[in-house]
Design a protein around this ligand. Structure first.
Ligand code: PGA
Length: 280
């Protein structure tokens, strides 16, 4: 399976989101066969999650009806938790948050918890994105607590790592990424799925793509860390590449052995372009 994540960042109001969905469903229906072995995850601003959850619910509901039929149960036999899990986990487009707090609730003005994300239909959450590390001063240790909270609340964490230009030029990129992985991803919790997104800062939003050899080197290196440190879940650990991904370059990146998917920023704001990336 491959995973392609749309990170809308702080873009789109309600009307833009409606248009995106319309164009997404229109364009994806003709491409459905090519999208089968793919998990598509949309991470909109938090205020749009509930709306998107509602729009995507219908697919989940159809799946729930199928499950009920195959098990000879009526819908009233299912608990609310069971219904949520079946519907959230089985729709073709999954939802994700762009960040979460490490506590479930409390006096943290402006923050959103992993528990809240789950309650509006999220399966995933992006954590430690470089924009959070830089603008919100998030440290590896804070990110590690967030990862723990995400997993406890049945969310799959998408942990972002990546070096800045200075570290790349100094040849320190492998060392920096290794430290980010070791310090921001706790080992003593039971992951069902772990996603690590390699996003070099100098590529995010710049249109500058690392060479294919550079992406290959880093993703192989990340896989070697996973094999060593997260051995028991290495089959369930996915490595994504993110930074200036477009439908022009996605196929080439996805052809690499250790790239299991993509994290797409700007290009994901155009539904058609996002599907072209997914089908590549
Ligand atoms: P970009 O952003 O695709 O616009 O470069 C990627 C990201 O920050 O996740």
């Amino acid at each position: 399976m491959r995973i392609v994540v749309a990170n809308w960042k702080m873009n789109y109001c309600f009307e833009d989101c409606e248009k995106w969905l319309e164009s997404f469903f229109e364009y994806s229906s003709s491409k459905y066969q090519n999208l089968k072995d793919l998990e598509m995850v949309v991470c909109p601003p938090a205020v749009l999650l509930d709306y998107l959850d509602g729009e995507l619910m219908e697919d989940g509901f159809q799946f729930l009806e199928k499950v009920a039929k195959s098990e000879g149960r009526s819908l009233s036999d299912f608990s609310v938790e069971e219904i949520n899990n079946i519907m959230f986990d089985n729709r073709p487009v999954k939802l994700g948050g762009q960040d979460c707090h490490y506590e479930n609730s409390g006096s943290f003005t402006g923050d959103i918890s992993a528990k809240m994300l789950r309650s509006v239909g999220c399966n995933y959450v992006i954590l430690g994105h470089s924009e959070r590390r830089v603008y919100h001063k998030e440290t590896n240790s804070i990110i590690s607590q967030k990862v723990k909270s995400a997993v406890t609340n049945s969310l799959f964490p998408i942990v972002c790592v990546g070096e800045n230009k200075q570290f790349r030029d100094q040849g320190e990129h492998l060392h920096i990424v290794e430290k980010q992985i070791l310090d921001s991803i706790p080992i003593n919790i039971s992951y069902k799925r772990l996603i690590i997104a390699y996003e070099p800062l100098w590529s995010i939003g710049t249109g500058i793509l690392p060479s294919i050899d550079e992406i290959d080197e880093m993703t192989r290196f990340i896989r070697s860390i996973i094999d060593e440190r997260f051995h028991s879940i290495s089959q369930e650990t996915f490595i994504l590449y993110g930074g200036s991904v477009s439908s022009e370059n996605s196929k080439n990146i996805m052809s690499l052995d250790e790239v299991n998917g993509l994290l797409v920023g700007k290009a994901s704001l155009d539904a058609k372009e996002f599907i072209d990336i997914c089908t590549s």
